[in-house]
Write a protein of this length. Structure first.
Length: 152
């Protein structure tokens, strides 16, 4: 084997970065951030001024638009006549039947029937209605307050 013509070893001075450029790099980075901030601030102010100008123009246009001549002008409605509450209650008692009181727990059955359908492909589906053609049906009776997923 032949010896290399140049040495691959790096001198120690070249391995460490030159420390005299870091203040310059820091200054350039700060200047770039400041310029970005000033530009962004100007764009935001310009956008806000443009939006305010558009709003003012829309309000002025709405004020200048005359009402269509074929549209009727509505006059304010006169205040309603005051009727004693006793008279209203008497009329309501004569015309309205008493409300039916239904308790949700008393009206609901204690169990829920669910249909479990087995398809010819071997998949199971749960439904509260009938199974499709070609599938086997099984009725499940579950307590109303039980979580269905917990019982499977």
């Amino acid at each position: 084997m032949a010896a290399p013509l140049r040495s691959r070893a790096v001198p120690a001075a070249a391995a460490t970065p030159d420390r005299r450029y870091w203040p310059l790099c820091l200054a350039v980075a700060l200047l770039a951030m400041f310029m970005f901030y000033v530009t962004l601030q100007g764009l935001v102010r310009e956008s806000a001024a443009h939006a305010a100008m558009q709003f003012d123009q829309a309000v002025a246009a709405a004020r200048q638009t005359p009402a269509a001549p074929d549209m009727p002008r509505f006059e304010p409605i006169a205040p309603a006549m005051q009727v004693p509450a006793a008279a209203v209650a008497a009329v309501a008692a004569e015309t309205l039947p008493p409300p039916a009181v239904v308790h949700a727990r008393a009206a609901a059955p204690a169990v829920v029937e669910v249909t479990k359908c087995f398809t010819p492909g071997g998949e199971a589906a749960y439904s509260d209605g009938p199974c499709p053609e070609g599938s086997q049906a099984t009725k499940l009776r579950l307590p109303r307050d039980m979580n269905v997923a917990a019982s499977l």
